[in-house]
Ligand binder design. Sequence first.
Ligand code: ZN
Length: 240
Amino acid sequence: MRIALFGDIHANLEALEAVLTDAAEQGCSDHVCMGDIVGYNADPSACLERVRESDWPVVKGNHDEDASGDHSLDNMNPVAALALRWTRDQLTSEQRDWLRTIRMVRQVEDFTVVHATLDQPQSWNYVTNKFDAMSNFSYQFTNLCFHGHTHVPRIFVRDSRVTEVEASSIVIEPGMKYFINTGSVGQPRDGDWRACYVIYDIPTKTVTFRRLEYDLATTQEKIRAAGLPEVLAERLAEGR
Ligand code: ZN
């Protein structure tokens, strides 16, 4: 069994389609979504429907929560808030109800999935180094946990201590714990503009990162046509 794990789609339909095509070519039979289906980019409805109709296991991201509610967005980054207000207007009340029902944490096969961290999923903490990862491990009861939220692919491993491992592929060893950020499909922030996701091959216990070019020009055109801030189109090309 090969599972495609992807998140932080952020309403980027071209990137999502590229990931799904590649996952099919790579022989993935199952899919798991790490959340943040909407926000920032111009295809929230189409991306939401793609995830919903497929009935994949999905966990809630902070943008899914913000797009589904009516609460004030005034203390957010102004560009993200503007895109979220626009997103709220694009979605039907029924689509927003569906976003609201998404669970915060799920267990799938032999691993756990969360958008941010397991210690306080609703606090949306950012894990940018091994010190941030430590509190998550205290609440991680499976060998392997996948997450997203920072839009940067990373591997944290806990043996007798916590380390960050730089690799494009890793074999999951028994007795160790792994907290793996699958990167972002629709708005990577590690300086590489290509869509990012991972494949978990269960028979060999191997997790492999995939990077894919997609039709960036079309995504940028849609952002401009929607009247969303130009910076959202530009940052996609820079991968930040
Ligand atoms: Zn995100």
